[in-house]
Design a protein around this ligand. Sequence first.
Ligand SMILES: NC(=O)c1ccc[n+]([C@@H]2O[C@H](COP(=O)([O-])OP(=O)(O)OC[C@H]3O[C@@H](n4cnc5c(N)ncnc54)[C@H](OP(=O)(O)O)[C@@H]3O)[C@@H](O)[C@H]2O)c1
Length: 260
Amino acid sequence: MPPGLPSYPDLKGRVAVVTGGSRGIGAATCRLLAANGATVVVNGRDGGTIRAVVEAIRSGRGRAIGIAADCTNVTAIERMRDQVRRELGPVDLLVLCVGGHGEYTPTAQITEDQWHLVVDANLTATFLAVKSFLPGMLERRTGSIVTVASSAGRYLVGVSASSAAYAAAKAGVVMFSRRIAAEVAEYGIRVNCVAPGAVLTERVERQLSDAQQNDIAASVPLGRMGTPEDVAQAVLFLASESSSWLTGVTLDVAGGRIML
Ligand SMILES: NC(=O)c1ccc[n+]([C@@H]2O[C@H](COP(=O)([O-])OP(=O)(O)OC[C@H]3O[C@@H](n4cnc5c(N)ncnc54)[C@H](OP(=O)(O)O)[C@@H]3O)[C@@H](O)[C@H]2O)c1
């Protein structure tokens, strides 16, 4: 483990699937899981980006494979699940980072297509991955699932910087996670959620000017935007046995901006 990073010895040897693991928060999660000895499945849609994350992990002596699959498509996810089973065996940890399209659009201007795009990318993709990987966990009576919501789905003061479609989809992820947590607890499977605030991923860095980044940082009690690693560390805690008595929890990783 690189010095200064928390270590979770129980993750060693675990098989972890990270949807949306090829960029941003998902990629940081893949790197941290691999540094803790997990074998990581890096998912995304773009093969080149996936390969770069896999190669970086392998060059640090970590274990990873990459699988390109559109997580809004059940056939593609099931193909990924079958490939994971063939190449790595049963899945212990599932981290569901696919999501996005949160940019503000006035609700009257959201087209039906945009609505479906946002709900599919955030809520339906989460459901489809759970639907595909949960049966294996139920059979083995073990597993840990971490979903990714957003501050946008948690709380609102005044006008939000995100769209109502995104807020609704992410609030849906929170409630969906609780419902499955209650449903599968008796099988020894835990389901928890992280709800990040504004995180400076490469995508967000491209979208926001320096002035906008400074304004957001000033609105965060802890005085800065988050890093992908801030969120990844919360994900690892929830995925690992260090949180063995936590399920159905939503952890706001938001620099103090969300206190519920
Ligand atoms: N960054 C933030 O400030 C922030 C704040 C709150 C919540 N979140 C949430 O955190 C999660 C990660 O956000 P991020 O900012 O790290 O995102 P990002 O940098 O845009 O990365 C998104 C990842 O998801 C993959 N992806 C997107 N759609 C996919 C699909 N249909 N099937 C498979 N893979 C797909 C992308 O790969 P390809 O490009 O190859 O498809 C990429 O690996 C999202 O759920 C987002 O809503 C982010």
